[in-house]
Design a protein around this ligand. Structure first.
Ligand code: IPD
Length: 299
């Protein structure tokens, strides 16, 4: 399987780079006065899609089926158009053509194409490419995780021992579900994370960040410049590729809507908590400590 994985990885990297050219070209055209051509998805004004999302997904899908006709495909825009693919043990490519569509619309430079692969229902490969910042994250099971192909991740060690959330830089997102019930819970969780409640007396994270791309948040955790990323409401195409990149970099992902569960993360969980790698003997334990603390705060 290792030889096949290496071949798939090379293929996915080239595919992401080609898709990145289309995304970059569309943004360059915007800078010269072109339109973003926003389309509405599910009548939700917070869940944008553009003609470029659709064009990039079609491009990726065509290339995938031309090369691997027996493989399966789950893509954000294909799903939005009403075509659901049954999830099986067959090799399945899980693709978000533009993760960070709102950023793409505004020209905010956290935009990425995300290409993941599952085999036997397990995520085994991930490529996330931001063509605006020229950052290519890639990983395959057992082969490590890299930035721009040669720089092994994580790149940054924790500035402090990772024993408590109070030492963490935490990412989250507004997400596309803005119903007041969901939003109130998210704001409460952010409040719990940030409020000052006395020296060493509870959580006071270093700060929070939001990039506007679930995949890039997770890759930044893999890189080591974010400690934690959590989100409720994103989808398998947002996270599958980045989960492999994070896990190969020594990080962990906890997912699932129900109880806290340290089992291998479920890509369909819709609630994801990513924790960066730590070093030293207690590494796994300190990751799990942070995961449990964070899980208690999560909506
Ligand atoms: C979205 C982004 C965003 C996250 C949403 C995702 P899209 O993906 O990753 O950061 O908050 O949950 O759906 O729509 O830009 O592909």
């Amino acid at each position: 399987q290792q030889t096949a994985l290496t071949e798939y990885l090379e293929f996915a990297i080239a595919l992401a780079q080609d898709a990145g050219v289309i995304i970059k070209r569309a943004l360059d055209a915007r800078m010269k006065g072109g339109q973003a051509n926003i389309l509405l998805k599910y009548d939700n004004p917070s869940d944008l899609v553009t003609e470029t999302d659709q064009a990039v997904e079609q491009f990726i899908k065509d290339k995938l089926f031309a090369t691997y006709p027996t493989h399966r495909f789950i893509g954000e825009e294909t799903m939005a158009a009403g075509t659901a693919t049954e999830f099986t043990s067959e090799p399945t490519w899980i693709v978000d053509p533009i993760d960070g569509t709102t950023n793409f619309v505004h020209g905010y430079p956290f935009v990425a194409v995300s290409i993941g692969l599952t085999i036997d229902k397990t995520p085994v490969l991930g490529v996330v490419y931001n063509p605006l910042l020229n950052e290519l994250y890639s990983a395959a099971q057992g082969l490590g995780s890299y930035l721009n192909r040669t720089t092994a991740l994580p790149l940054f060690q924790p500035p402090l021992p990772l024993t408590s959330l109070s030492q963490c830089l935490v990412a989250t997102e507004a997400g596309s579900d803005r119903s007041s019930g969901v939003l109130d819970k998210k704001v409460d969780a952010i409040h719990t994370l940030l409020r000052r409640i006395g020296h060493n007396n509870g959580v006071e994270a270093h700060s929070i960040r939001t990039t506007g791309s679930a995949a890039l948040n997770m890759c930044l955790v893999a890189k080591g410049c974010l400690d934690v990323y959590w989100e409720v409401g994103c989808w398998e195409w947002d996270v599958t590729a980045a989960m492999v990149i994070l896990q190969e970099a020594g990080g962990i992902v906890v997912s699932g809507h129900n109880q806290y569960d340290e089992a291998p993360a479920n890509i369909f969980g819709r609630k994801y908590l990513a924790i960066r790698a730590t070093s030293g003997e207690e590494a796994r334990q300190s990751q799990l400590n942070i995961a449990r603390q964070m899980w208690d705060i999560l909506p």
